[in-house]
Design a protein around this ligand. Structure first.
Ligand code: SF4
Ligand code: SF4
Length: 386
């Protein structure tokens, strides 16, 4: 084997791009053993080894830049939670991606996403002036100075026809609970969470600054989000740009409304349902109980647990930009979750994230299990029982 010569200028550049504790890694490999890519087979599973990526970054070596290596990471956080050195593994991966993004070397499948964000303020190539088309015939209030909460609908649920049902369900449930909320509308832009994880820091800061200017101009103080990705970014990343808000995921608001007796449910028994904990609601935000409290309040609910639940939940594979990248059937994390839900005896697999819905529903159909298992956002099950 030929010796490989370290390029410390490259590793310095990676650190300057944000991989601040790259050298903390002592190469124990616990991260690799915990990563969900070890649970599946396929090209990305063979190519991507997060310990090795940290080492290549430390030495400034080339060869980790591909879609199935550096861009395989879904930023699910499972590895971060087990790292004995407290390495910010996702921050390091983001730093490496940022270095590539600055020279235009992001994977080809992600380039149209960046283009759409620049041109339309959303990653789905949806015209900006159609952002509120999800409303259809359901009246949704507009945010004004005397509204308590601004409802920020994830771009996926604004433009993806399947996902629009989530937006309508959340709005219907909030109205039933008597929450004072409103949307702003077409001036809103993507929260930018995914594009920051992809490494395009410049585009993220442009989106964040545009939103903060809009939100502050309207007098927004409290935000309800439909997606845990928006939750993470508004809560943890917007303060860096001067955007300080109280941010809640809709499951927090609705589970509190149940406790306060402001909302109740009726109708047919829900039956056996299980929760897939989204990475950005669970591991990234620590919200495991609100969705379960909400599920338990539904009529005739038999709440099941998947074998890997709460902080051990397995990612749907949609984070970190992967929702826009192809993973072959037979190699998908979501397939594991569908089988776990069936093994748990669930008839409905619920989650609370638009990316999870996309990944899980697709895998359920590809596996031919759609007649045995329904995949729904929790908001949809709630709205069906109002
Ligand atoms: S678990 Fe932490 S210290 Fe161990 S190899 Fe991974 S990043 Fe390095
Ligand atoms: S964040 Fe998740 S997908 Fe990425 S390396 Fe860690 S465990 Fe693997």
């Amino acid at each position: 084997m030929e010796p490989r010569i370290p390029f410390l200028e490259v590793s310095d550049a990676i650190i300057l791009s944000g991989a601040e504790n790259l050298y903390w890694c002592m190469q124990c490999g616990l991260c690799t053993g915990t990563c969900p890519y070890r649970l599946v087979t396929g090209e990305a599973s063979e190519e991507f080894n997060v310990r090795k990526v940290q080492r290549m970054g430390q030495l400034g070596l080339e060869g980790f830049e591909s879609e199935n290596c550096l861009f395989a990471c879904t930023t699910c956080r499972a590895c971060v939670d087990v790292c004995p050195r407290g390495v910010d593994i996702i921050g390091n991966i983001r730093g490496m991606r940022r270095m590539l993004a600055e020279v235009g070397s992001i994977p080809p499948s992600l380039k149209p996403i960046a283009g759409s964000l620049h041109a339309q303020g959303n990653p789905w190539s949806g015209p900006r002036d159609k952002r509120t088309e999800w409303i259809k015939d359901a009246p949704v209030p507009t945010f004004s100075a005397d509204t308590e909460y601004f409802l920020f609908v994830c771009c996926t649920s604004c433009f993806d026809v399947r996902s629009q049902r989530i937006a309508r369900s959340v709005a219907k449930a909030l109205q039933a609970a008597g929450v004072s909320f409103g949307i702003i509308g077409n001036e809103e832009s993507c929260c930018g969470e995914a594009i920051r994880k992809v490494g395009d820091e410049e585009l993220f800061s442009k989106l964040a600054q545009s939103n903060i200017e809009l939100f502050n101009g309207k007098g927004v103080k409290k935000i309800i989000v439909t997606s845990p990705h928006c939750l993470f970014t508004f809560k943890n990343e917007y303060p860096e740009f001067g955007g300080e808000y109280e941010v809640c995921h809709y499951t927090e608001i609705l589970s509190q409304a149940v406790k306060d007796g402001k909302i109740s449910f009726s109708g047919d028994a829900v039956g056996a349902l299980a929760m897939h904990d989204p990475c950005y609601l669970g591991r990234h935000s620590g919200l495991y109980d609100p969705p379960r409290e909400l599920m338990s309040a539904l009529p005739g609910a038999e709440v099941k647990e998947l074998s890997r639940n709460r902080n051990k939940s397995v990612c749907c594979q949609g984070g970190g930009g992967r929702v826009w990248m192809e993973t072959r059937a037979g190699e998908r994390f979501a397939e594991l979750r569908i089988n776990e839900a069936l093994d748990a005896g669930a008839k409905t697999l619920v989650t609370a994230c638009p990316y999870c819905i996309t990944m899980l529903e697709d895998s359920c159909n590809v596996l031919g299990k759609g007649d045995q298992l329904a995949v729904k956002d929790l908001s949809e099950v709630v709205a069906e029982h109002l």
